[in-house]
Design a protein around this ligand. Structure first.
Ligand SMILES: [Zn+2]
Length: 688
């Protein structure tokens, strides 16, 4: 159910991190700071660690000593503490719906109730066993010729099945006034192509491949299919062939390389022997567009070949496997447990599955996210939060405007372009002005897998319906109850869902230094995505256009090269270094976001050093706030998975890797040559 949505987001958005922060109650510079609040906010400081030697451990030492990862999680930290509260709030909303006996059929309440009911009714699922899969198996068995495979893939993709090729709709990056259909590589079960093609340090990828084969065998047996061992080796071979043709994560971050436009009449130049007509018809775009974008053309060429060189029977086995794997979380307990044993335990190292009612909540979130969000913001998001956040955003924008004018590495003409882009930046806070209309989505109380399929089809059709229509600027890519934020280069917008603007992130009693160090840095981070290695290739209208001079490019590249080297030296798990190129955009955003937030903080204090409270100056509180927002611990398998696929650096490196480049940090904590975190002034990096 997730694959379609995830691919679309992968291409369309530069995500913010899961941001852990404290929000400004006010941008007033005169706010008094009560002693007890400061001590609460500095409660994790470990005085036995020198901040000049290991700032992350200094700011979070006491938390690190006692923190443990709950059995049902692969990582834990500030973000997850907020997530737990939001889950309680959403649970109470669901409970209220379940207790209401006067719900009318066809309403959103009925849909929420029945979607949740279908998930919680385990006894029906245990009675059904693998039966919900049978109609899909019949559909796949009826494919009698390799030429039918493209159409079948498109058909299954509508149902949310993770097939090799996914179509999604988003603004055309060369003409941002219209929507385009885009094809994106997909179809792998393991987290990344590296898991198929490399062994990994200590053989960790290889071990996961071996576990994967056992997992398929178990699942095929549960699904009542013959020859599970033979099927498993065919599936691994087929996915490995796909993985070889997949573009890597770094290339996929390149908006120029992944923009490839083909007239429908010219698609045979990408792939011959591929039934494009059947594919486009089944995908629902036949006759609706005269061109396609293809993110990875060489992959599509290779895929088309594979549909003929790999026997049809193997493809059918593979497609059945995609159905089983996608459906498993929505079937009987044996399927659910086996799915978790592989995806939760073997890949991420999690010890136990999330409680059923929490997974039920996730399911409602996936299927009816904005219906749930509408109730959530009415109950838990006060209007004054939005006003205060807007004021803070405006202050950050003011600091950016000043900063751009003062850059010594950017030409005057490019500065003008940068200012123009900044002036066009749209800001969304809290929740959408216009909510998603779920009236055509049918939900039944006793058909869980059917509900999952219908919810995917509904989401898919929602995308397809955009073709030929004006760009919908009111749309949100995250629900209001999501604890995160994003910048979308295609719309040149920053978006902050309601859930991130609450305690402990939004703190009515925290002072400006804390708020600028946390949510202020997050706002700065999101704005910076408009000017990172990816975002800087788009203009203020969301079009791919080179608005830099050659000299600006050279200067920018030299700076980012240093950042690639810096983060490439960090080791997440022994043998697994960060990929400085993959994490570049996020590292630029962290560095820029924090330095602009500090400038905005200085604007708010009139550049006066603030009084010490409980032994910390305002500048020190700013940096401690930043570092505590990033407190997190991870299981080793999860850390390896993340270092392989995640464009964000692990939180402890985000905390420490930024501050060492900021002169203000050296002043705040009086760093001297010889301190472990000390970098010579001419080696420190400043971008914005
Ligand atoms: Zn980001």
């Amino acid at each position: 159910m997730k694959s379609f949505k995830d691919s679309a987001i992968l291409k369309a958005l530069s995500f913010a991190a899961v941001v852990g922060v404290i929000f400004a109650v006010t941008i007033s510079r005169h706010q008094r700071l009560a002693g007890s609040e400061t001590s609460r906010l500095t409660q994790y400081v470990d005085p036995s660690v020198r901040p000049q030697d290991d700032f992350y451990r200094y700011a979070n030492g006491k938390w690190l000593q006692s923190a443990r990862i709950p059995d049902d999680k692969a990582r834990y930290g500030s973000f997850y503490e907020v997530q737990e509260r939001v889950e309680e709030q959403l649970t109470s909303i669901i409970k209220h719906v379940m207790d209401n006996h006067a719900i009318q059929s066809g309403t959103e309440e009925q849909k929420i109730r029945d979607l949740y009911t279908s998930f919680m009714d385990e006894s029906t699922l245990d009675t059904l066993g693998h039966k919900p899969l049978l109609s899909s198996f019949e559909y796949i068995d009826a494919i009698h010729d390799a030429t039918q495979l493209p159409g079948a893939m498109a058909q299954l993709a509508r149902q949310g099945i993770n097939v090799p090729l996914i179509l999604f709709v988003h603004p055309d990056n060369r003409d941002s006034t219209r929507y385009a259909s885009d094809l994106f590589q997909s179809g792998l079960e393991l987290p990344d192509r590296d898991y198929y093609l490399k062994d990994g340090d200590d053989g960790s990828y290889k071990k996961i491949r071996e576990a994967y084969v056992h997992h398929i065998v178990t699942m095929f047996t549960l699904a009542g299919l013959p020859q599970p061992e033979q099927s498993a080796s065919q599936i691994l071979a087929l996915e490995t062939a796909l993985a070889q043709a997949h573009w890597d994560k770094i290339t996929n971050r390149d908006p120029i390389k992944t923009y490839n436009k083909f007239a429908i009449s010219n698609l045979n130049t990408v792939a011959t022997q591929f039934d494009w007509t059947g594919f486009l018809q089944a995908a629902g775009v036949g006759g609706k567009t005269d061109y396609l974008l293809i993110s990875q053309p060489t992959y599509v060429t290779a895929l088309a070949k594979l549909t003929h060189t790999i026997p049809l029977a193997n493809w059918q086995t593979y497609l059945k496997w995609k159905v089983i794997s996608g459906a498993a979380p929505y079937l009987s307990k044996t399927f659910v447990d086996e799915s978790f044993a592989f995806h939760g335990k073997a890949i991420r190292g999690t010890l136990e599955n999330r409680a059923r009612h929490k997974r039920g909540l996730d399911f409602v979130e996936d299927g009816l996210g904005e219906a749930l969000g509408k109730v959530y913001v009415a109950q838990y998001f006060p209007k004054q939060n939005k006003d205060r956040m807007l004021a803070l955003v405006n202050n950050l924008l003011a600091a950016y405007r000043q900063s751009i004018d003062q850059l010594d590495w950017m030409s005057a003409s490019t500065k003008q372009e940068a200012q123009a882009k900044l002036a066009k930046l749209a800001v969304k806070i809290g929740y959408p002005d216009k909510w998603r209309d779920y009236s055509t989505l049918e939900i039944k109380p006793d058909d869980l897998w059917g509900n999952a399929i219908r919810a995917s089809e509904f989401q898919y059709q929602y995308q397809i319906n955009k073709l030929g229509k004006p760009i919908d600027r009111a749309e949100w890519q995250m629900t209001p109850q999501t604890i995160n934020a994003y910048y979308n280069p295609e719309m040149n917008e920053i978006v902050f869902p309601a859930a991130i603007l609450q305690p402990p992130f939004f703190d009515m009693h925290a002072d400006d230094s804390w708020n600028y160090g946390a949510i202020g840095a997050v706002i700065g981070h999101e704005i910076s995505h408009g000017f990172d290695d990816q975002g800087s290739q788009f203009d203020g209208d969301g079009n791919l256009r080179d608005w830099w001079t050659a000299q600006d490019h050279a200067n920018f590249l030299a700076k980012t090269k240093k950042l690639i080297e810096q983060y490439g030296q960090y080791e997440s798990v022994p043998g697994y270094h960060l990929n400085g190129q993959l994490t570049l955009g996020e590292n630029i955003a962290d560095l820029s976001g924090l330095s602009i937030a500090f400038k905005a903080y200085q604007l708010s204090t009139g550049h006066q050093s603030t009084a010490a409270a409980n032994g910390f100056t305002g500048e020190q509180r700013f940096f401690i706030s930043w570092a505590t927002a990033w407190r997190e611990i991870e299981r080793e398998k999860e850390a390896i998975r993340l270092v392989t696929i995640d464009p964000h650096s692990p939180p402890r490196f985000r905390a420490a890797g930024t501050v060492v480049n900021l002169d203000a940090f050296y002043r705040a904590f009086d760093l001297k040559p010889g301190d472990k975190m000390f970098i010579a002034p001419d080696q420190r990096l400043s971008i914005w």
